[in-house]
Write a protein that binds this ligand. Structure first.
Ligand code: HEM
Length: 496
């Protein structure tokens, strides 16, 4: 350690951190909950901690001002992504947006996302589908409640997010009565689950290249298998869309009716060539499915769990809904900006249970300094959003679910973003911030507003709030609860 420091000189001192072992560095100090281990290191060694993970330089922080330094002031240095095997196998050789390194390819793909897919106009054109899915969610819970069955909220909320996303992206519904064929729906569900799991795994081969030769669990083999199945699925989807477009004359294709695959296939290219090749389309669609479904479903399940656990909060949400919406109609999207207490509930959920505990890890492009410490080029950055929300230097009673802490003194609208103080970071900031945040917020608020407006909820058992670590961080056990309708019967009827 002494030689290391003296060679680097006083100006190139790394941030403090726990002692390291030869070869493995700090890898063996990480357990089942790396976000909690990293937060403990920050408590012990300071707000910015250096770790050596096998051969990889890494830093972690849970401090708002260091997070701003990384994501705002030095965004140009820290906005790249690490080269991982999952990114190579499960994101078309890093040919997507979310896992692509910073550079012209990422810029082009991100621009396509922002200018053609996630525009306000395009999102508005899907409002009807979202309304349909919200009604479908209520009708589904109502039918189960009528038969006295407990509701598996993971299942219904997962179906809601997935259907919203696949209808918008692929023009298909995968859950429920009008869904695509059962075989295709099963295959789709299966591969997306495998994909999410593999994206979340901390694969030792990314930190210790020699591990790839040992790889006892066959993780890399599994990645290759899923890669093939995902690709087959996307090829089929693109072919179906091409076929439908051939059948429909160009002038018949209403812009408003196009799903994202149609939009990408129709972008005008130059010199007789398509704007995007098939691999680019598949990579983008794949990213959107992964980025949009799990994040919103996981957030919704956490919010429901915390609210069902706290009847006082449920009562206040329902009071607000009864005054803004009333008992004679369903919540619609134009109500959402006026549900200020519910918005506090979502902020509090993001504080305690951020969908991405480390965002998507960033990587530095060149050497730099933070707070006077040397950060080498190629350092992996773990911004600990879970640790940020439970940082006792900025939040009091961190384990207490208390939405009121987000209420603004002047009663003005509560924004579900990091704000100027970076005390929560649900959608990140800077070049890599989530481009789907407005849609994500709508999906979350809409599902919660409908479920709390339409039903009273009681837990079936003790509501456990243990989590499982992954790229997104769900509750360990699915949330099961009893629902009791609280509005007039005719409002629940699907056909009305
Ligand atoms: C509640 C819902 C959502 C949450 C909490 C969420 C959160 C996040 C977070 C934390 C990141 C990583 C940012 C970083 O690494 O700095 C991210 C990236 C991303 N999100 Fe979301 N997201 C949500 C919904 C969506 C939706 C609906 C879409 C699109 C339809 C979407 C598309 C993306 C994409 C493409 C990226 C990668 C951006 C890049 O690397 O340039 N997300 N999201």
């Amino acid at each position: 350690k002494f030689i290391d420091r003296s060679l680097r000189g006083p100006k190139e001192q790394l941030p403090p951190g726990p002692p390291k072992w030869p070869i493995v560095g700090n890898l063996l100090q990480l357990g089942q909950y790396p976000h909690r281990d990293f937060a403990t290191f920050c408590d012990k060694y300071g707000p910015l901690v250096y770790l050596k993970l096998g051969q990889v330089h890494a830093i972690t922080t849970n401090d708002p001002s260091i997070i701003q330094e990384i994501l705002v002031r030095q965004d140009h240095i820290f906005a790249s992504r690490p080269h991982t095997l999952a990114a190579v196998h499960l994101a078309y050789g890093r040919g997507d947006v979310a896992l692509a390194p910073l550079g012209p390819h990422w810029k082009r793909m991100r621009r396509i996302c922002m200018e053609h897919l996630l525009t306000t106009r395009r999102l508005e054109s899907f409002a009807r589908h979202r309304e349909d899915e919200a009604q479908h969610l209520v009708a589904d819970v109502w039918a189960q409640a009528q038969s006295g069955k407990p509701i598996n909220l993971r299942k219904v909320l997962g179906g809601f997010s997935m259907n919203n996303v696949t209808r918008m992206l692929l023009g298909k519904q995968y859950f429920g009565s009008e869904s695509a064929g059962p075989e295709e729906a099963m295959e789709f569900m299966h591969i997306t689950h495998e994909l999410f799991w593999l994206l979340g795994v901390i694969y030792l081969g990314d930190y210790l290249p020699m591990w790839r030769w040992i790889d006892l669990s066959g993780c890399e083999k599994k990645m290759r298998e899923v890669e093939k199945r995902v690709d087959d699925f996307h090829c089929k989807i693109i072919e179906e869309h091409r076929e439908a477009r051939r059948k429909k004359k160009k002038e018949q294709q209403e812009d408003d009716e196009m799903d994202f695959v149609d939009v990408l296939l129709s972008l005008p290219g130059e010199n007789g060539r398509d704007h995007m090749d098939d691999v680019e389309i598949k990579a983008l669609i794949q990213d959107m499915i992964a980025a949009a479904t799990d994040t919103s479903a996981v957030t919704n399940e956490w919010a429901m769990a915390e609210v069902i656990k706290h009847p006082r909060v449920l009562h206040k949400i329902q009071q607000e809904l009864d005054s803004v919406v009333g008992p004679n109609r369903m919540v619609n999207e134009s109500d959402l900006p006026h549900l200020n207490y519910l918005r506090c509930v979502v902020r509090e959920t993001f504080r305690m249970h951020p969908a991405g505990p480390f965002l998507i890890p960033h990587e530095s492009l060149s050497a730099t300094t933070i707070n006077g410490y040397h950060i080498p080029a190629g350092t992996r950055v773990f911004i600990n959003t879970h640790g940020l929300g439970r940082n006792t230097k900025i939040w009091d009673n961190v384990e207490e679910f208390r939405p009121e802490r987000h209420w603004l003194a002047d009663g003005s609208r509560v924004e579900i973003s990091h704000g100027a103080d970076f005390m929560i970071l649900p959608f990140s900031a800077g070049k890599r911030k989530c481009p789907g945040a407005p849609l994500g917020v709508t999906l979350v608020l809409m599902a919660l507003a409908r479920l709390f407006h339409c039903f009273d909820w009681t837990p079936l058992d003790h509501v456990d709030t243990a989590e499982v670590y992954g790229m997104t961080m769900p509750k360990a056990e699915p949330l099961i609860a009893m629902a009791r309708p609280r509005l007039a019967k005719h409002l629940y009827n699907w056909s009305q």
